[in-house]
Ligand binder design. Structure first.
Ligand code: DON
Length: 305
């Protein structure tokens, strides 16, 4: 496995040249487009890592996996799926168009921005600090860390360049699809996107989902098997946005990407895979990361469909 991972990282890293780092959030534009790393954690807690697998970056949209797991665990399936759909759509992650066109005006799934904003609003804790505290705690136990932390400079950058997310949230409120304090909900959303992680840590998160909610490093039962299975299903169908269909055909692994450059994959009963490369394609997915996941899936025998 180590040899395969080293080879894939070495050969995929140059593909980063075909993409661009996210620049709609100024702090993300500071990432080194050449950084590239990958990690695998298997069901027994064995780990392999290569390249920049210990470099810190932000979860960004990968945080949607954590908030969904938390909301399903604490609010139950009916409460969550009454307000957020489970359908894949072929629109960009921050698109407003379909929200207005389709009735009910309900986000199509929890992996796009509108869906994640509604999911955050459903977290039962009172206030911003308690909600983000719960997300951080779940993130830490899912990835086998003592603590998870918000990267303050990225959070502030997200917050001050958030016109699109504000537009989504206020539209949702205007049609009765978002309850509670909109600014507080957005604040939790921006903070969770800004949680720091590494490819190594993300591979543990993927492995915990793969092991039906039991963290293979710590042995802790973190979320229920039903929640883990549901999150995996939504990663498979919606985790790579408008690239989800292509990713399912080419890679065949439930996965979630973020504009920070991370992709986490979860191979049921077997392993968690993670890659980090901040140079992105036009859909907001890591260019070298998608290529590496494809090779890991084929050459590592991780494909699940
Ligand atoms: O809401 C945003 O724009 C970002 N904070 C997260 C978006 C994201 O990661 C999309 N992923 N590929």
């Amino acid at each position: 496995m180590q040899q395969l991972l080293d080879q894939i990282v070495k050969e995929c890293a140059p593909l980063s040249e075909a993409g661009h780092v996210a620049d709609y959030i100024p702090e993300l534009a500071k990432a080194n487009p050449k950084s590239f790393g990958a990690a695998v954690t298997d069901k027994d807690g064995k780990q392999w890592a290569s390249g920049d697998a210990d470099e810190t970056f932000c979860l960004e949209s990968i945080a949607k996996v954590v908030s969904l797991a938390l909301a399903l665990q604490l609010r139950g399936f009916d409460d969550v799926f009454d307000r957020v759909g489970r359908s894949a759509i072929a629109d960009p992650f921050n698109s407003i168009m379909r929200l207005e066109m389709d009735s009910p005006h309900r986000p199509h799934n929890p992996m796009i921005n509108s869906g994640a904003i509604v999911v955050v609003s459903l977290l039962p804790q009172e206030g911003v600090e308690a909600k983000i505290g719960a997300v951080l705690e779940l993130c830490a136990v899912l990835s086998g860390q003592k603590i998870a932390e918000v990267v303050e400079r990225v959070y502030l950058s997200e917050k001050f360049t958030s016109d699109r997310n504000r537009a989504l949230a206020y539209f949702l409120r205007s049609v009765g699809s978002l309850e509670g304090d909109v600014e507080d909900t957005l604040d939790v959303y921006f903070r969770m996107c800004s949680i720091g992680t590494t490819a190594k840590q993300l591979s543990v998160l993927g492995a915990t989902l793969a092991c039906n909610g039991r963290n293979p490093l710590t042995g802790q039962d973190v979320i229920s098997p039903t929640v883990a299975r549901t999150v995996r299903a939504l990663m498979m169908t919606c985790g790579m946005y408008d690239g989800s269909g292509e990713f399912a055909v080419d890679v065949g692994i439930p996965a979630k990407s973020g504009v920070g450059g991370g992709i986490v994959g979860t191979v049921p009963g077997r392993a968690g895979l993670a890659v980090y490369g901040p140079s992105l394609d036009e859909r907001g997915n890591s260019v070298a990361g998608v290529a590496a996941m494809k090779r890991l899936s084929l050459e590592g025998g991780f494909r699940v469909i």
